[in-house]
Ligand binder design. Structure first.
Ligand SMILES: C=Cc1c2[nH]c(c1C)Cc1[nH]c(c(CCC(=O)O)c1C)Cc1[nH]c(c(C)c1CCC(=O)O)Cc1[nH]c(c(C)c1C=C)C2
Length: 525
């Protein structure tokens, strides 16, 4: 019997195991996960609030999905999750109103929270419009300035080349903070913005021209999504009543029930060696698993560390690209304030903060600047996760407001306080000093400065350190992936497949799609 070992039970590993078990019911599948749970960076927790505030659903990682990822809609259908969906309409403020926070020392004539123009009214009002209009108008008239033979470049250099430096520094750097928590000068444009790269080529050097030219859409694959795509009509983003972990928990439970799948938790892989007819996989503690095929959904540096010691010196170079990308670490700070969202922040998605004009500090953060990348106004999109806030007028009437501050990425990470949540602070300490840890005091001071007003003492807060959570897909990434997969296919006959955020893209949709594709790519004679 053929036996596939899936390494890692984050979303990519779970999706691989799910689709493998569906497509190949006669193949044995073993999932090896280093942690005590599946789901990787997707973690949703319901926390009880003090007094009579009820409970709140908090996300430590990704919080929303976009409806364009067909492979995720398929999972929603196949796993029976339709009843648990929470959708955010395109007409809601959370979809329409997005902000940039421009610090006073940014070198612009305007500062503070500025709405990114999305309607005629906001366009007339927003000082950002002048930067946008000038950049877009000039781009359409600019000659082709992509140097011959250039196969990739950074998002920053691409946007600078086409839209000018102000646009790249203000919008480009902020968007890349929101997706990769990284410096836009280190992110591959072909990996991050492939449609823009293609539009430039299509429009004889102009993205704006290229956007107006029709593209032949590739024949869509058939996804078994039932009526879920119809439920997504007019939807901007979506999640689930019990948070994003609904998806990974459902995958985990489904896979565990399949007769051909076995999942081992607390089973970190320490070595992966190819043998005559497959692989010998060593798990911490000494257990060896023999498999005919391997799907690695591990972070690429970890795959490198378990694979390279088993290779000959000449071969180690060939898999060197597994360590070519660095990773970003982010402190996710969930805060719950008493009072309705309208008393805390403007209606909208949240805000992103561009890169400082002087660049990122290289040493530990200044006491007054923790390196905030942006803030998400969770109550505006995900209030339905919290019973007490679930009503159409929640923005004005909810008892509490939840938001998330994102810290770190290209900034040096601040030192964590001794207590990582308000419930961990020993009662005596809190009562005596009646104060928050310095870290949280600074977060609240900075947040108040961004929002332009005083903030009440939070009902609850927690800091979740996410070490190395997002790979920085640097220029040349796609080419390196092609070379790596080519080498592995040639050397191992396609029996080792590599998936995951560090290979096929960092969005949840990318991860699910990669698992689906790998199950179709593996052939068992
Ligand atoms: C831990 C923090 C994360 C930051 N980025 C990601 C995580 C998990 C991953 C990520 N964020 C977005 C995407 C794009 C995919 C997509 O939805 O198409 C990815 C891969 C976009 C995004 N960023 C934030 C939110 C709420 C979203 C969701 C979609 C949307 O409505 O646009 C907020 C946010 N994430 C990070 C920061 C610094 C930040 C700041 C507001 C880092």
């Amino acid at each position: 019997m053929k036996h596939v070992a899936v390494l890692g039970a984050g979303l990519s590993g779970l999706s691989s195991a799910f689709h493998l078990s569906r497509l190949h019911p006669n193949v044995r599948i073993t999932v090896l996960e280093s942690q005590k749970r599946a789901g990787g960076w997707v973690r949703s927790t319901r926390v009880s609030l003090p007094e009579n505030y009820g409970s709140v659903l908090l996300e430590a990682g990704p919080r929303t999905l976009r409806p364009n990822a067909q492979s995720v809609l398929e999972l929603v259908n196949l796993l029976g999750l339709k009843e648990q969906l929470i959708t955010v309409p395109k007409t809601s403020p959370a979809a329409k109103s997005r902000y940039l926070y421009i610090p006073p020392d940014h070198g612009t004539s305007y500062s503070g929270l500025q709405q990114i123009p999305s309607s005629f009214f906001s366009f007339v009002k927003s000082p950002l419009s002048s930067t946008l209009v000038a950049a877009v108008a000039q781009e359409a008239l600019k000659l082709n300035n992509r140097a011959k033979g250039v196969e990739d470049e950074s998002v920053d250099s691409f946007l600078r080349r086409r839209f000018g430096s102000r646009f790249a520094e203000t919008f480009g750097s902020a968007i890349i903070h929101g997706i990769y928590a990284a410096d836009s000068r280190n992110i591959s444009v072909r990996a991050a913005l492939p449609s823009m790269w293609d539009a430039e080529a299509r429009g004889w050097g102009s993205l704006v021209r290229g956007m107006f030219m029709s593209v032949k859409k590739p024949q869509g694959q058939a996804y078994d999504a039932g009526n879920v795509p119809q439920l997504m009509d007019g939807v901007s983003v979506y999640s689930f009543r019990d948070g994003m972990e609904t998806l990974t928990r459902a995958l985990d439970s489904h896979i565990r029930m399949r007769p051909n799948v076995q999942i081992s938790y607390n089973a970190p892989v320490t070595s992966l060696a190819s043998t005559e007819d497959g692989f010998a996989i060593t798990v911490e503690g000494g257990r060896t698993v023999e498999a005919s095929h391997v799907v690695s959904a591990l972070p690429t540096p970890i795959l490198h560390s378990i694979l390279s010691p088993t290779l000959a010196t000449t071969e180690v170079n060939k898999v060197g690209s597994l360590t070519a990308n660095s990773t970003s670490s982010v402190h996710v700070v969930n805060i719950v304030f008493p009072g309705p969202p309208c008393s805390i922040h403007p209606a909208g998605f949240g805000y992103l903060i561009p890169r400082p004009p002087t660049g990122y500090p290289s040493t530990s953060p200044e006491p007054t600047n923790l390196g905030i990348l942006g803030t998400v106004f969770d109550s505006c999109s995900l209030a339905d996760q919290d019973t007490e806030a679930r009503n159409p007028h929640a923005y004005h009437t909810a008892k509490f407001t939840k938001l998330t501050v994102m810290i770190g990425g290209p900034y040096p990470l601040p030192q964590l306080p001794p207590y990582l949540s308000s419930t961990e602070v020993p009662q005596g300490v809190d009562r005596k000093t009646n104060s928050l840890p310095q870290y949280m005091q600074t977060v609240l001071e900075q947040l108040a400065a961004h929002l332009g007003h005083w903030l009440p003492t939070p009902l609850y807060w927690r800091i979740v350190p996410n070490e190395n959570c997002i790979p920085t897909l640097s220029p040349g990434h796609l080419e390196r992936v092609d070379e790596l997969q080519g080498y592995l296919d040639e050397r191992l006959g396609g029996r080792l497949q590599v998936v995951g955020a560090g290979i096929g893209g960092v969005s949840l949709g990318d991860c699910v799609e990669a698992g689906r594709t790998v199950a179709r790519r593996l052939h068992f004679q």
